[in-house]
Design a protein around this ligand. Sequence first.
Ligand code: G3P
Length: 211
Amino acid sequence: MLELLLLFCAYLIGSIPTAVWVSKGIYGMDIREYGSGNAGATNTFRVLGSKAGTFVMIVDMFKGVLAVRLSYLLSYYHNPDHLTQLVNFQIGLGLAAVVGHIFPIWANFRGGKGIATLFGLVLAIQPLVAICCVGVFLLILSLTRYVSLSSIIASIAFPILILYIFNEPEVFYRIFAIAVALMVVLTHQKNITRLLSGNENKVPLFKNRRT
Ligand code: G3P
């Protein structure tokens, strides 16, 4: 019962529509009506500039970390015998937050693509893997300037790292890693179409604000 309640709390945390609230509350507009229409950090960078984009990115990331940390409230947190159970549940909490980010209850279920929150989740449970994924992301970004392509390739690198580099033995974890890559490809369908047709935005990383 407590587990279900925590999963719901994680969903509510993920549902905090940072980009929507920042764009509406500070700039008097809805970020979903501009740029790519995505309520995420990338589109906030694109439309509102680096300060707003950085803020949205950090908060969205923190939602994933915080959701995982809800597991502190479980009695088996301090029990080493229940380590697998704990990690599996932490993944469940993080995923609930990602679902909340994509389908936020506080913003008519029209949210972002979950990248920053997913990153927060991976950072909380596997920091080294998260750092490797950031490395892949930055490499692709520096080569192409496509945030979407960088996100997709970093997410595909995630299960490769988990399965072949870190040799993760836990089946649930391996399935999770593969599911993440599939989920990111699914949430980036429009980006993939734009990439294939040569119409994807190359994000200017540093811009002051919307004019
Ligand atoms: O994190 C989302 C990013 O990969 C793409 O965002 O706004 O270009 O669709 P956007």
